[in-house]
Write a protein that binds this ligand. Sequence first.
Ligand code: FE2
Ligand code: FE2
Length: 318
Amino acid sequence: MVTLNDIHKFSVEEGIKEDPRERKKIEEELEKRKENYEEMEGVKKEKFDEDKLENPFDDSKVLYGGDREVKKLAVGIDIEAQDLILVDRLKEKGEDIDAAFAHHPEGRALANLHEVMGLQVDTLEQAGVPVSQAEGIVRPRAEEVKKGVHATNHPRAPRTADLLDIPFMCLHTVCDNHAYQFVEDYMDEKEPETLGDIIDALIEIPEYEWSLEYDMGPEIFAGSSENRAGKIEVLGFTGGTGLKEDMVEKMVESGIDTVLVMHATKKQIEKAKEENINIVSAGHMPSDSLGINLLLDKIQKEFGLEFFELSGFKRVER
Ligand SMILES: [Fe+2]
Ligand SMILES: [Fe+2]
């Protein structure tokens, strides 16, 4: 019997293997958490999420029904209350769905989204940004994200899963790490000459080809198709959520010519145009689908499950 907890545990381990940080660093972080936990007292200790002691991805959590058996998993990018009701309707119509797997975090996993952002210091450092500068742009942004999600209605989706009795989990950075490593290796291998070549290379990947059906495919946000790509860095694919426009200045200082991102803000695009940095957006749904698919291939191999796609997710097997 395979439970949702088994799938979650396996996925976290795979997420660690694909993480831009060294394993040793992650283990030290978990050790620190254990020490802090020992010192906790009273209600804070009682309410502490013990999964945090084994799982470094605070945005990737089982939210309901972890001990239940899973054979068929509904998989979506955003699974909120309305999508859980959709799953319930599908079940009523005879679809044998046992559990739901969301990519974007819900519940406690969303409340702690900022906790995974530290790994962006490592992706920036690998891109050639001095670590002091990387810390300087990631830490304040993580604080901002923490405050930003604080007011969200976190119990809503988990409680809906509970009411409808649908086992539910979300795996965010666990999947995004897979997409990041894949696209990074892919770009190294393809060595695109121009921004136009980056786009062409991306749409050879099935998820990006599919995204053209919805006009949400790879796009040049700053720069032009004939621009030489120069030094390309994959950024903002993993580590919670995007950074602010101050990252663009660091690109200039670090000799990066083109950033390949999942999505970019208006301010980042304006800044990039001003500084002559190229931004190529790979596209959000296809990039998230790619990361999920790479993980699902491993889950399928390990547990032999079936998947049911919904909510912006496109299943592609490799
Ligand atoms: Fe993602
Ligand atoms: Fe996303």
